[in-house]
Design a protein around this ligand. Structure first.
Ligand code: FES
Ligand code: FES
Length: 158
């Protein structure tokens, strides 16, 4: 079967790949580009583990085809830290012990960053609502919510 040639941008870097028509962006990231930070929990758009942004919009990479990323700006968890310098959200997740097995964590971080870019001062209810599409089997969510609110406070300089 012939493959599609796709040029796109991932975390600010120009990237090219070949993919089949039916291949999802999640599979392309993990299998073609070796970017395994984005996780697969369900493959059906239910868990949020595969969250990435495309042109600033939060999406489930398992519901997007690789060919749909053509010409777009894709941001994944790999683009969150700057070298050894963790993003505030990543640091707060560690400080608040907001992760256990870690499968859900990249998705939560990408989704939370997307929220704070839109709303730097969310209420607890707004954080819970925004992250409602991200599922975690381990933490009970409370520590995740606290980590996001704490990160928001620090990012605002409060
Ligand atoms: S793997 Fe995409 S939403 Fe679960
Ligand atoms: S830390 Fe295990 S699923 Fe969230």
């Amino acid at each position: 079967m012939s493959k599609h040639h796709v040029s796109t941008t991932v975390n600010g870097d120009a990237v090219e790949f070949l993919c089949e028509t039916r291949q999802t962006l999640l599979d392309v990231l993990r299998d073609e580009l070796g970017m395994t930070g984005t996780k697969e929990g369900c493959g059906t758009g239910d868990c949020g583990a595969c969250s990435v942004t495309i042109d600033g919009r939060l999406v489930c990479a398992c519901l997007v085809l690789g060919v749909e990323a053509r010409g777009c700006a894709v941001c994944t968890i790999e683009g969150m830290a700057e070298g050894d310098h963790l993003h505030v959200l990543q640091r707060k997740f560690l400080e608040h012990a907001a992760l256990q097995c870690g499968i859900c964590t990249p998705g939560f971080l990408v989704a939370a960053r997307s929220l704070l870019e839109r709303n730097p001062d969310p209420s607890e209810e707004e954080v819970r609502y925004w992250l409602a599409g991200n599922l975690c089997r381990c933490t009970g969510y409370q520590k995740i919510i606290e980590a996001v609110l704490d990160a928001a406070r620090e990012m605002r300089g409060a």
